[in-house]
Design a protein around this ligand. Sequence first.
Ligand code: DC
Length: 223
Amino acid sequence: MPVPFIITLDGPAGVGKSSLAKRLADRFEIAYLDTGAMFRGTAWKLGEGSWEWSEERLKEGLDSLEFALSGSGSNSVLSLNGIPLTDEIRTETVGMWASNMARIPAVREYQKIAQRGIGHTTSLIAEGRDMGTVIFPQAACKFFLDADLEERAHRRFLQLQEMGKPADLAELTEQIRVRDEQDRNRKVAPLRPAEDAIIVDTTRLDIHGVFERLVEEVKKIYD
Ligand code: DC
């Protein structure tokens, strides 16, 4: 078994990555790294429009940020400058800010160093867009999840409702469509499956079915 042991979980918005990643992290007793939260935290901390700053100002802003991961399983806690990130970053508006940030090469470079730094010492289930392709190409096990846009928007709608952040389904569908298009078509580290990723279309599967499928794959190499 490689140490640290890394599992990557990539896919578009609302596909169910976070709930699956947390469950997998509990099942295999390793930490859970939500890299979307790192992009969201960056955009939220530096503020609206920071993706349009000059290179120098942005670099200064990035240098003022420090991410850390503690705990394990679904109790893993991602902190920014010593303070755990909260649901404040979970709105679709901050999601779009994060996607805007994520197009900038200097931001991706900063995130790459921070994410690899965490994965260097800690066994992880790492969730995001480029985990299997760019950040952890050596990962022991790579998954890419997909689902139809309508299904993903509906899942995200329910998730936001659960957090007490009601949304309009039609508006949410359009926001996710635009964000995905930007994430798939950017020049640096676009959203796409790694060549050796296991691709799972979850549109017609419930989370338990997908979870069992992923567990079976991981158990082939780790348990
Ligand atoms: O997974 P999420 O919805 O929290 O991610 C928010 C945005 O961050 C997403 O639209 C694109 C960006 N992102 C990225 O470019 N690379 C990652 N590994 C994770 C997120």
